[in-house]
Ligand binder design. Structure first.
Ligand SMILES: Nc1ncnc2c1ncn2[C@@H]1O[C@H](COP(=O)(O)OP(=O)(O)OP(=O)(O)O)[C@@H](O)[C@H]1O
Ligand SMILES: [Mg+2]
Length: 267
C-alpha cells in the first residue's frame, strides 16, 4: 500500500503544474495553440473561456488522458504524458458529466477504484468511503443509485469519489454546471475548503463567474485554443479588454442580438 494513503485528513504532497507551449490538433485542426501556464503548488487556478475554446481538452492533457501534438506538461518534476506519472501523483479528475456508474450504488461507485487498485482491506475502504461521504454530507445517500440523485448530489458524489483517491492534484471540469446558484455556491465552498484542509493543487474549468472570482487565486481565460489573459480575480473585475469583458459580463442586446451576428459569420 502506498504510504501517501494515510488516515484523514488527506494531507499528501502537493504539486505545481507547468504547461509549456502545448499544441493539440485533431485531424489537422488546431484546438490548443501554444498554451503555456504555471499553476503553483496549493493554488486554486480557474480556467475560463467560451464553449468549445479547448478547456476540457487541456484538462484531459493535464490528466494524462491525451497526447499533445507538441509541447509538454510537468506535474511537479513529472511528465504528465508519462503513464508512470499516475503512480507517482494522486491525481483526480472530476468529469464534466460526473461519469458515475449507473449500475452501482453511491457507495460502490466510491469503493470501485480502491478495490480495483487493492489499496487496502475492505474495512479500510469502508472507512475511506464513509469519510469522503461525510465530508460531502452524503452519508444518507450511500445506498442510493445515481438515477435516484439530483444533479447537485451527483456532482457531490463525483467529488467524493475523487476524494477517496486522496488526491494531490484535483482537476474539476465544470463542477457547478446545471446547478442552482445556491448549490453552485455550496460546491465552490467545498472546493475551497478541500484546498484549505489538504493544500491540494486545484485546477477548475468553469463558466461560473462567482466560483472563479470567489475562490480562485488566479484565473486564465482561454479563447479559441489560446490563453488570452492570466491574473488575479480583482484584475478581471475591472478588465478593459472588450472580448474578456463581453465574456465575463455579457449584456443582453435585443437591438443587435448575438444570434444574428452568428448567422452573418456563416458559422
Ligand atoms: N476527441 C476529439 N476529436 C476531435 N475534436 C475534438 C475532440 N475533443 C474535443 N474536440 C474539439 O476541440 C474543441 C474544444 O473542445 P473542448 O471540449 O475542450 O471545449 P470546452 O472549452 O471544454 O467547451 P465547453 O465549455 O462547451 O465544455 C471543440 O471544437 C471540440 O469539438
Ligand atoms: Mg468542456
Amino acid at each position: 500500500m502506498s504510504t501517501a494513503y494515510t488516515a484523514s485528513p488527506f494531507v499528501g504532497k502537493t504539486f505545481g503544474v507547468t504547461v509549456s507551449h502545448l499544441n493539440k490538433k485533431y485531424g489537422g485542426v488546431p484546438v490548443l495553440r501554444d498554451v503555456s501556464l504555471d499553476v503553483k503548488p496549493g493554488e486554486i487556478f480557474a480556467l475560463m473561456g467560451p464553449s468549445g475554446s479547448g478547456k476540457s481538452v487541456l484538462l484531459r492533457h493535464i490528466a494524462g488522458l491525451e497526447r499533445a501534438t507538441s509541447g509538454e506538461i510537468r506535474i511537479g518534476e513529472f511528465d504528465a504524458a508519462d503513464p508512470d506519472t499516475r503512480n507517482k501523483v494522486h491525481l483526480a479528475l472530476v468529469f464534466q458529466a460526473g461519469a458515475l456508474f449507473n449500475s452501482l450504488s453511491v457507495y460502490d461507485n466510491l469503493a470501485l477504484y480502491p478495490r480495483e487498485q487493492r489499496l487496502c482491506p475492505e474495512s479500510g475502504i469502508r472507512e475511506r468511503v464513509m469519510h469522503a461521504l461525510n465530508i460531502l454530507s452524503l452519508e444518507k445517500a450511500a445506498r442510493k443509485f445515481p438515477s435516484e440523485l439530483s444533479g447537485g448530489m451527483k456532482k457531490r458524489v463525483a467529488i467524493a469519489r475523487a476524494l477517496v483517491m486522496e488526491p494531490e492534484l484535483m482537476l474539476y471540469d465544470e463542477p457547478t454546471s446545471e446547478l442552482d446558484p445556491v448549490m453552485s455556491a455550496t460546491i465552490s465552498e467545498i472546493i475551497a475548503t478541500l484546498r484549505e484542509q489538504t493544500a491540494v493543487t486545484t485546477i477548475v474549468v468553469t463558466h461560473d463567474r462567482s466560483l472563479a472570482l470567489g475562490i480562485a487565486d488566479r484565473i486564465a481565460i482561454i479563447m479559441d485554443g489560446q490563453i488570452k489573459a492570466t491574473g488575479k480575480p480583482d484584475e478581471f473585475k475591472q478588465t478593459k479588454d472588450p472580448a474578456i469583458s463581453n465574456f465575463l459580463n455579457p449584456v443582453i442586446d435585443l437591438k443587435n442580438p448575438r444570434f444574428k451576428q452568428l448567422e452573418n459569420s456563416h458559422e
